[in-house]
Design a protein around this ligand. Structure first.
Ligand SMILES: [Mg+2]
Length: 278
């Protein structure tokens, strides 16, 4: 409890108030490099669909798609429309941004081209398997919580080669489909804790989006770490906001786990008491 916004300066993790027993993990850009794969896939799809659009802009079509300035993904996580509609709206936005009028069949063509490139490009970050195993060794339960859909999450985990590790090392996956709504709703964080059979006060959430992940978890009564992998922008305002919670972004999952282990090492109220039971 003492580490929450403590006087010692910003830390890499705000441990849960009652000591860590579980680690709830975001998926996209926490375990797998979704952003990089989307940027490449959107660029490839843009080039294929709109070969006569401004080439410099088309090269950034994937970034535009990922940035989603219309907030269509967030609207999807609020339950305002389904996955297909969310994707259609984002493709229309990219087309208009490129000065193109989206035509009949463009969405299907986008989907085919985008998925092909995305499937090729998606990779698991190289510290993930070791982090899951370390959690197991330390006696911490793990589960996944994502705002993506159940089907798409299953597919992404498969593409990234994580299906078996998730089945063997975690308590399961909560998606936007589980409760019909996504982060930062407190109920979805609590559903992740329920999967691990732990109260929120013994669980830390690790994710890359400061508002829906980090602040959402803290508001739901969990601990939190803000993971920003190398190559991801760290906007000044976000850094300041994180610092107001006493938090520094961590660059790797390994850093988060080490910081968590360090906070737990001094606890005598149960930390490690059930560790390594086999
Ligand atoms: Mg994420």
């Amino acid at each position: 409890m003492s580490a929450r916004g403590g006087a010692a300066g910003p830390v890499r993790v705000l441990p849960p108030p009652d000591g860590v027993r579980g680690v709830l993990l975001d998926v996209d850009d926490t375990l797998i490099g979704t952003r990089a794969a989307m940027v490449r896939a959107g660029r490839d799809a843009g080039r294929e669909l709109w070969p006569h659009a401004d080439a410099g802009l088309v090269d950034r079509a994937g970034e535009r798609y990922r940035e989603d300035p219309g907030g269509h993904f967030r609207a999807y996580t609020r339950g305002e429309h389904d996955f297909e509609e969310m994707r259609a709206r984002r493709v229309r936005d990219v087309a208009r941004w490129l000065g193109q009028e989206p035509g009949e069949g463009d969405l299907d063509r986008w989907t085919t081209s985008f998925d092909r490139a995305f499937d090729e490009a998606l990779e698991v970050f190289d510290d993930v398997l070791e982090a899951l195993r370390t959690c197991r060794r330390l006696g911490w339960r793990t589960a996944l919580l994502t705002n993506s859909s159940a089907d798409y999450t299953r597919r992404k985990l498969e593409l990234a080669g994580l299906t078996r590790a998730v089945a063997e090392l975690t308590a399961g996956v909560v998606t936007k489909d589980t409760l019909g709504i996504g982060k930062p709703e407190p109920s979805v964080f609590h559903e992740g804790c329920r999967l691990m059979d732990l109260p929120p006060g013994q669980v830390v959430y690790v994710g890359d989006e400061l508002d829906v992940d980090t602040c959402g978890a803290l508001a739901a009564g969990l601990g939190a770490a803000w993971l920003r992998r190398p190559g991801y922008a760290r906007e000044e305002a976000h850094l300041e906001h994180a610092a107001s919670h006493g938090l520094h972004p961590a660059g790797t999952l390994t850093e988060v786990i080490e910081a968590l282990a360090a906070t737990g090492a001094g606890d005598d109220d149960g930390f490690g008491s059930d560790a390594v039971s086999g």
